[in-house]
Design a protein around this ligand. Structure first.
Ligand SMILES: Cc1ncc(COP(=O)(O)O)c(C=O)c1O
Length: 445
């Protein structure tokens, strides 16, 4: 259980920004991370000692392609090792500590029994492509062709990669909103894109339209949006989306929109960029099963786009993974046809968890920023007097026994996130309450 934390955390932004975290931890962790990160956690955990020894013997320098150089070291590995050492409660990672619904798990088991065990069709099992298009119609009113406009991928992460690698040329300019989900920057780097960012600032993380206007131009190839937004919980308003849309149309810019939290929209209606007038033809909508069905380990995702954009996405997908897990795709089709009551209950449950965490964090003494969607809450940690988000999270895990995520890893300029940390409420209520109790007891101003 604890070792799985290491592996899952390792997928977050590795960043050389944090080399100064703590020399001791860095030297211990850099060696075990770099040598074991490609192995599953259980293996990685047992291999680290052998590999550390091997590294000492061979004195080989670590090797990595230039496009990934800056992503070498991960704060998350450091945090998770500390978490294990200090038996901390993990409100850092965005994965539920409860299981997905029985009817979906049964469908997967049945599909395996039915022999759906060989390669699936590259761009998706036909029934899943249909289920995705039906769901999209229900959610947005848009009718898409499941055969020509839907591509099934290995999670949204691969939808992001296939979209970027399939549609962005080296040197193309792409705009993101900071803080941003970690895979965007790394994947854009792999594509050789020129990355620009516009920062969403507390308390409401509103889109600074004038700033966006000043950096968007005819040289911009695409803009990446994420609503509901990780890590802030912000949801893009209709006015903001309208403004972004008209700038994109004016400058002939594509939109890549990550909507994995669309079913965790609590305080306002989720709006898909593709549904705005004139936008479908320039938009790739990316989503996945993980958050909506508490099945983050299944890694079934998809990209919806008009045929002229789907071509690039599918070509990249064809050579990245070719096809994703066959039986889980069959089960995903069943999941997406869940009754409305499933989605209502999911929302109700998460709203209850959000209330427990938000009230708890306020009672502890944090300044808590409103979260309208996702299962994250961002707080200002500065009332507790620590130097920055990294120092705060290190203190929190070591002295209090709770894991949170420092947000500076989600910015091109880490300074911008140094006052903010992210907590998740995708945990059972007992876990959330225990974490709050620990903070109440041990975190003093
Ligand atoms: C904003 C965002 N996009 C994409 C993903 C990855 O989704 P998947 O697990 O389907 O690859 C995550 C997971 O945390 C996320 O927060």
């Amino acid at each position: 259980m604890l070792t799985s934390h290491i592996y899952s955390l390792m997928r977050f932004t590795p960043s050389s920004k944090f080399l100064g975290f703590s020399n001791h931890f860095h030297s211990v962790i850099a060696s075990s991370f770099s040598l074991t990160s490609k192995f599953p956690s259980s293996i990685a955990a047992t291999m680290s000692t052998q590999n550390d020894t091997a590294a000492l013997k061979t004195h080989q320098p670590l090797q990595i392609a230039k496009r990934l150089e800056k992503f070498q070291t991960t704060i998350f590995t450091q945090m998770s090792l500390l978490a294990i050492k200090h038996k901390a409660i993990n409100l850092g990672q965005g994965f539920p500590n409860f299981d997905g619904p029985e009817f979906i798990k049964e469908a997967a088991i049945q599909s395996i029994r039915d022999g759906k065990n060989q390669y699936a069709r590259g761009y998706g099992v036909p029934d899943l492509n249909i289920a995705i298009s039906e769901r999209f119609k229900k959610d947005t009113g848009l009718v898409v062709d499941p055969e020509k406009e839907v591509t099934v991928t290995s999670g949204c992460t691969e939808a992001i990669a296939a979209t970027i690698l399939g549609l962005i040329n080296p040197g193309d300019e792409v705009i993101m909103f900071a803080p941003f989900y970690d895979s965007y920057e790394a994947t854009l780097s792999m594509a050789g894109a020129k990355v620009k960012s516009v920062t969403l600032r507390p308390p409401d993380f509103a889109v600074p339209i004038e700033e966006l206007k000043s950096i968007i131009s005819k040289n911009t190839r695409a803009i990446l949006i994420n609503t509901p937004h990780n890590p802030t919980g912000k949801m893009f308003t209709r006015e903001e989306l309208d403004c972004i849309a008209s700038l994109c149309i004016e400058n002939d810019v594509l939109v890549f929109t990550d909507e994995v939290y669309d079913k965790l929209a609590f305080d306002m209606e989720h709006i898909s960029m593709a549904s705005l007038p004139g936008m479908y033809e320039r938009t790739v909508t990316m989503n996945s099963l993980g958050k909506t069905f508490s099945l983050t380990g299944w890694k079934i995702g998809w990209a919806i786009a008009p045929p002229h954009l789907t071509w690039g996405v599918r070509q990249a997908h064809a050579y990245l993974t070719f096809a994703t897990s066959h039986p889980f795709q069959c089960a995903a089709a069943v999941a997406l046809r869940a009754s409305d009551s499933y989605y209502e209950e999911l929302k109700r449950d998460y709203m209850a968890k959000r209330a427990i965490l938000v009230e708890g964090l306020k009672a502890v003494g944090f300044k808590v920023f409103p979260s309208s969607g996702t299962y994250f809450v961002v707080v200002d940690h500065t009332p507790f007097g620590l130097e920055d988000d990294i120092a705060f999270c290190e203190y929190l895990v070591k002295e209090v026994g709770v894991v949170a995520i420092p947000t500076s890893v989600f910015y091109l300029n880490p300074e911008e996130g140094k006052n903010l940390v992210r907590f998740t409420f995708c945990k059972d209520e007992g876990t959330i309450r225990s974490a709050v109790d620990r903070m109440k007891e041990k975190l003093k101003k």
